[in-house]
Design a protein around this ligand. Structure first.
Ligand code: ATP
Length: 641
């Protein structure tokens, strides 16, 4: 397909206001694409070039783009009196730098009174130029990037250029989430097979949960069929969706669900999925059929801030660390690499011919003061989530990974009951020194012979003991449950420290817009947020509260900056807000904040049908995306509890 045709689809997608229409357009689009194009378009629709775990970034800032546009159109009549100011106004009236670019380019074409014919580039050609852009590094890279970009834009129409600039700035927001694409695939399969959509959905969800690659799942389905989707396997080095926890308001309720649980502490750090595997396994399976593979390999081979290992790629074992969002955090935690260098050989000492030298742990990464044996608070741990000054920071705030589960050890172990996975963990950690950068999480195991009252008393004591030591709470786990990627159910129940008058848990809510605010806050230009939950069944955002308290001045400034980057002219089609609550500024549903509240009450105004009493801002959840926010179902369950 030509890129210009894709642009016309983007334009249609931007205008739609109903889900049915959206599905219709997507199906029509997907039916025209080749295998490679299916992948590319799926990534474009997510505003990216590859799945989240593949770190291919443009490294071009908005400032650079602004400077480039100002220079490129310096002779434009639209910028003739006070270019900087006029450009700023164009940005305001046409949403962003990309909007301003489109107008300036159109006017340029008109003024030059000629019909410029654009080379009609194919999608794959545009994609490969964009990939090339991500590979430019080193001395003079800004200049070289702009040169390449300039060459690409020159060949494209004003509208196409606008979308390219949005993509580069991480702002190509077309309202098509991974969920939307998975639903569309399941719908398509149910049409052709006459099978129930729900059945198909389960299989597509599993395939996505295990590959984390929407482009690959879609392309595989259309090229090789549904059976190929059912067969996708877990590959070390590729993150899987993490298992999630349910909640219950009382320990009695937890134990009613799991009478003889395994109980471990719930630390307040950063989720970390750790993969350690022999370099020779990074082969065919990992890259086969992936459109981004060539660029990625070339980046790896460059060795510059290697994606595979912080220490270059000449080591026997590859280490990869992924966040809750499946982003690659690998270069941020050198202590984990050092651990692997020392212990990987020991872990894989006894290997059968059918085994792989690979292990995948689920863990909580948390700043840990070794001399005091104390955890650092969440905010301190979060300072380690950055790519610069890594080694200095690692000395100041060493992190430790507390491993609480294993998904792969020599082979996939997702279907093993937790009891057996825990035994595996104990076997692995019996081979390595205790109290090192990767440490086995302690656990308390109950068994069927115990008296139920005694179980409750012991769990209570464990809870109070952990809380008094500054831990967030406990996790109550079903020893018979498998590991289910991306699923939130009662395999795990979280029970957190909470005040009596408050809800049993905080909520992670998506910001849908903001209000300017009055009085002192007016000077910040923001004084309240409109927030909502995610309705997973309908893929919609529904409002549940306005939040205006709990913010320090610095929070307002930071949030205003983040939200202004997400500004949109009108609400995205799947955001439901009633007239009474229309915010001063709409934003694309992306930023998630954690909110504490006293109670959930019924509400005629909020589209969730429920509202929060005394909501208070706690923190920004940088580790969550909008579809990982609290769901409508969870909100209802919390209210009932
Ligand atoms: P929360 O905001 O309560 O941390 P969440 O929405 O991020 O919740 P949940 O699945 O609801 O995620 O709760 C489990 C989270 O608790 C995990 O994401 C993980 O980061 C953290 N955690 C800490 N200790 C453990 C543990 N021992 N077992 C499982 N998860 C743990």
């Amino acid at each position: 397909m030509q890129f210009s045709e894709l642009v016309s689809y983007f334009q249609k997608l931007e205008k739609i206001s109903s889900r049915l229409k959206l599905r219709e357009i997507l199906l029509d689009l997907y039916s025209k694409l080749t295998y490679d194009e299916l992948q590319i378009v799926s990534y474009f629709l997510q505003g990216r070039l590859a799945p989240p775990y593949v770190d291919l970034e443009f490294n071009i800032s908005e400032k650079t783009i602004d400077r480039y546009i100002l220079e490129a159109f310096s002779t434009s009549s639209l910028l003739s009196s006070d270019p900087e100011k006029q450009y700023k106004n164009l940005k305001l009236s046409h949403r962003d730098s990309a909007g301003a670019y489109e107008v300036l380019k159109k006017s340029f074409i008109k003024a030059n009174d000629r019909t410029i014919s654009f080379e009609d580039l194919s999608i794959t050609r545009v994609y490969s130029e964009l990939l090339e852009l991500t590979l430019i590094e080193g001395v003079g890279s800004v200049k070289r990037r702009l040169k390449l970009l300039d060459g690409l834009l020159a060949k494209l129409s004003p509208a196409a250029g606008k979308y390219i600039i949005r993509l580069i700035l991480g702002r190509l927001r077309l309202g098509v989430s991974v969920r939307t694409i998975l639903d569309m695939l399941a719908y398509h399969y149910s049409l052709v097979s006459k099978d129930a959509v729900g059945n198909a959905k389960k299989h597509f969800d599993r395939a996505y949960g295990i590959t984390s690659d929407i482009g690959y799942v879609g392309a595989l389905y259309f090229k090789e069929g549904f059976q190929a989707v059912q067969k996708v396997r877990f590959i070390p080095g590729v993150p899987i969706a993490l298992q999630l926890a349910e909640r219950e308001p009382t320990l009695e309720a937890c134990l009613k669900r799991i009478p003889y649980p395994y109980v471990d502490p719930k630390l307040d750090g950063l989720r970390g999925q750790i993969h350690i595997f022999d370099r020779t396994h990074l082969g065919k399976d990992y890259f086969e059929g992936r459109v981004w593979a060539k660029a990625y390999l070339s980046k790896i081979n460059k060795k510059e801030q290697s994606l595979l290992s912080n220490h270059g790629n000449d080591e026997e074992y590859v280490v990869k660390i992924f966040s809750r969002n499946l982003e690659d955090l690998t270069p941020m935690f050198p202590e984990i690499h050092d651990w692997a260098k020392i212990y990987a050989d020991k872990i894989f000492e006894t290997i059968q011919p059918s085994d792989l030298k690979a292990v995948v742990f689920d863990s909580e990464l948390i700043g840990y003061n070794e001399s005091l044996g104390e955890f650092y608070p969440f905010q301190v741990t979060m300072t380690r989530r950055r790519k610069y000054s890594v080694s200095k920071l690692a000395q100041q705030i060493p992190i430790r990974a507390f491993v609480f589960d294993v998904m792969f050890y020599k082979k996939e172990v997702l279907t093993y009951p937790f009891r057996k996975r825990r035994e595996l963990l104990e076997e692995i950690f019996s081979k390595v020194k205790a109290d090192t950068a990767i440490t086995l999480q302690v656990i308390y195991k109950f068994d069927k012979r115990e008296d139920t009252h005694k179980v409750l008393k012991t769990v209570e004591n464990l809870f109070y003991d952990y809380v008094s030591r500054g831990v967030e709470g406990i996790m109550i786990k079903d020893p018979n449950a498998p590991y289910e990627p991306g699923v939130r159910k009662f395999n795990w129940i979280k029970f957190k420290r909470a005040m009596k008058s408050e809800l049993a848990d905080t909520l992670d809510l998506v910001v849908l817009g903001y209000y300017y605010g009055k009085g002192r806050l007016a000077s910040f230009g923001i004084g309240g947020l409109l927030v909502g939950v995610y309705d997973k069944d309908k893929d919609e955002y529904l409002t549940v509260s306005k939040v205006g308290t709990g913010f320090a001045d610095a929070d307002w400034l930071k949030i205003k900056g983040l939200l202004d980057d997400l500004k949109v002219d009108k609400p995205v089609f799947n955001v439901r807000v009633s007239k009474e609550l229309i915010p001063d500024v709409w934003v694309y549903p992306q930023l998630v904040i954690e909110v504490e509240a006293d109670e959930i009450t019924k509400s005629p105004i909020h589209t969730a049908g429920l509202a929060l009493r005394f909501p208070r801002f706690k923190r920004i959840r940088e580790d969550k995306t909008s579809t990982q926010a609290t769901t409508l179902k969870e909100l209802k369950e919390l209210m009932a509890s």
